[in-house]
Design a protein around this ligand. Structure first.
Ligand code: DX5
Ligand code: ZN
Length: 215
């Protein structure tokens, strides 16, 4: 599955990019919410999500890079989030946060920074719909893919198998056609891509080319 990150979209004509994704083989819209505290950047909030919800015909895959995400779970549900992903590094009581998200009827994801071990999720993996592995340091689009990600994905895939969990693996940061195939072979189920899609000549074709890796 492909989840294009709107962070690299043209915000002066967002509707056009939303419609392009509607017509593509993408699975969802990846929405990066940054608070300027957990990550050194501020992105966008509810007014933009409302526009994506209004015109978008795919699922909303919301990636929260904010401290104290619990405060906003209900707001993101009301805004139309289908998948809500929080960062492991921002949750003191991750189990409680995960159950809260599920209780609101959303799929739940937990994201790991490049330095965070997948084994931190051993005791909660069965409760997770998605683990989002950051393959760059969160905060910005267009960064270089971190090579250690492959090993992390393989280890996570094994952990999921051993625990008999049904968790999907999503990769976010620096994804392109060069690393996508290997990521799939290591066990990735969902690929996020921003820069690679929106800076390409034909974004819709680029989404299809990424998607074809899974066929
Ligand atoms: C980074 C975000 C990513 C970002 C990916 O913090 O979580 O979703 O938009 O962008 P690219 O694909 O350009 O690395
Ligand atoms: Zn993201």
């Amino acid at each position: 599955m492909i989840s294009p990150s709107l962070l690299s979209a043209d915000f002066s004509n967002l509707k056009k990019d939303i419609e392009m994704i509607n017509e593509s083989s993408a699975y969802s819209f990846h929405l990066d919410i940054m608070d300027g505290v957990f990550v050194p950047n501020i992105s966008f909030g509810f007014p933009i999500i409302d526009i994506v919800k209004k015109y978008g015909k795919k699922k909303l895959d919301v990636h929260l890079m904010i401290i104290e995400p619990d405060k906003y779970i209900e707001k993101f549900k009301n805004a139309g989030a289908d998948i809500l992903t929080v960062h492991y590094e921002t949750c003191k009581h991750l189990h409680r946060t995960v159950q809260n998200i599920k209780n609101f009827g959303m799929k739940v994801g937990v994201s790991l920074n490049p330095h965070t071990s997948i084994y931190n999720l051993e005791d909660i993996i069965k409760d997770l719909d998605i683990v989002l592995i950051m393959s760059v340091n969160p905060g910005f689009g267009g960064q270089k893919f971190i090579e250690n990600t492959y090993e992390k994905v393989k280890n996570l895939k094994n952990l999921i198998k051993n625990k008999k969990a049904k968790t999907l693996i999503e990769i976010d940061g620096g994804v392109n056609l060069k690393n996508a195939k290997k990521l799939k072979e290591c066990g990735a189920d969902i690929l996020v891509a921003g820069n690679f899609i929106f800076k390409s000549k034909n974004p819709k074709n680029t989404i299809n080319n990424l998607k074809n890796i899974f066929n």
